[in-house]
Design a protein around this ligand. Structure first.
Ligand SMILES: NC(=O)c1ccc[n+]([C@@H]2O[C@H](COP(=O)([O-])OP(=O)(O)OC[C@H]3O[C@@H](n4cnc5c(N)ncnc54)[C@H](O)[C@@H]3O)[C@@H](O)[C@H]2O)c1
Length: 271
């Protein structure tokens, strides 16, 4: 019987794959038979992830580029064209925040660091748009494929403090919907664009914001758990199912959506 959710032999280009969520997800997809192209800036980290995947019997290929550097991405496209001739999935997970784009309770927007705000917009928004632009021709080799942008709960429900990152992720949600329509109208109805919006996952980026040194919750951590019907932070493995579904034929009529993986956070008004 055909497995609708199969990703076997799919060629998946994955930015941010060496990160906390990315490496878990890349390992999972490789374990399901996909070929992982690990796109990153740091050769040591990229090589280490490729080696880890291969050690587990998976297939992976390193590709060096900064996602905000169009020339480096174009060079990467040439390499992929020669090595694979096409891609089936692009996962845009490279992203992150910067201190100067956060407004602490003691600060106001008068304290925002404009240069760092620009960097946050550039990394999250342009760092998602540019890989889509540059690698589109590899999808057009088969006129089919799936693009998955990694958004955040901060996009639909802007969070106190987290100004720049929330705005940048909101722009990614908007871009996701825009591209889904554009590709159906101008390229192929089988070239789909969706986003996964993770809720709160306890990772290095936010550990000190959510937990104290002894592991107990901060005030902010308590507030988040109180607004999460499932009453817990997410684990990287919680992203596997939704992402695999979007990579696979099981989601063939799904485009332009933002899928929350958030333990119910986005559904809960707090009353
Ligand atoms: N951790 C969470 O709770 C959470 C929640 C919602 C959304 N997200 C999003 O999920 C994605 C992965 O998050 P994570 O927690 O694994 O973060 P992470 O910091 O561990 O990983 C980010 C990855 O992006 C890469 N990267 C950063 N800048 C880059 C650039 N210019 N070019 C190429 N690669 C670059 C890093 O090297 C790293 O591999 C991010 O987009 C993040 O915003 C995370």
């Amino acid at each position: 019987m055909k497995n609708l959710f199969s990703v076997k032999d799919k060629i998946i280009l994955f930015s941010g794959a060496t990160g906390v969520l990315g490496s878990a997800l890349a390992g999972h997809l490789a374990s399901q038979g996909a070929v992982l192209i690990v796109l990153g800036r740091n050769p040591k980290k990229v090589k280490a992830l490729v080696a880890d995947i291969e050690k587990e019997g998976g297939r992976a290929f390193p590709l060096m580029a900064d996602v905000t550097d169009e020339a480096a991405l174009l060079k990467g496209r040439g390499i992929l064209l020669e090595e694979f001739g096409r891609i089936d999935v692009l996962i845009n997970a490279a992203g992150g925040n910067m201190k100067g784009a956060v407004i602490t309770p003691e600060q106001s927007i008068l304290d925002a660091d404009t240069a760092q705000l620009r960097q946050v917009m550039e990394l999250n928004y342009l760092g998602t748009f540019l890989p889509v632009k540059v690698f589109l021709p590899l999808f057009l080799k088969t006129n089919t494929g799936s693009i998955i942008n990694i958004s955040s709960m901060a996009a639909s429900r802007p969070m106190t403090r987290v100004m720049g990152y929330s705005s940048a992720k909101a722009a990614i949600d908007n871009l996701t919907k825009w591209l889904s329509v554009e590709f159906c109208q101008k390229h192929s109805k089988s070239l789909r664009v969706n986003a996964v919006a993770p809720g709160f996952f306890l990772t290095e980026q936010n550990r000190s914001l959510l937990t104290q040194e002894d592991g107990s919750l901060t005030d902010r951590g308590h507030k988040i758990i109180a607004h999460t019907p499932m009453g817990a932070f997410g684990d990287p493995a919680d992203l596997f199912g939704a992402t695999q579904w979007l990579c696979s034929e099981a989601s063939s009529f799904v485009t332009g959506t933002i899928i929350p993986v958030d333990g119910g956070f986005s559904a809960y008004s707090g009353v």
